[in-house]
Design a protein around this ligand. Sequence first.
Ligand SMILES: [Zn+2]
Length: 68
Amino acid sequence: MPKARSFGAKLAHEASTEGKMICPKCDTEIKKIKLVRARKGKNKSWMPKYDYVDICKCNEKDILAGKI
Ligand SMILES: [Zn+2]
């Protein structure tokens, strides 16, 4: 079954080169986004904190609303 083999190879190739992930729950692409949060330091000063988070339809509302 050459077709099936090439299909599998194509999937594996895309996964390794582009790093795309599809969420099994909402079936949308999971993207990495960079979040900047204000974080209170020890000297009562606010320091930016940088986070990379995975975002998809399951959690994008919460993330964009700053709940996570
Ligand atoms: Zn999802």
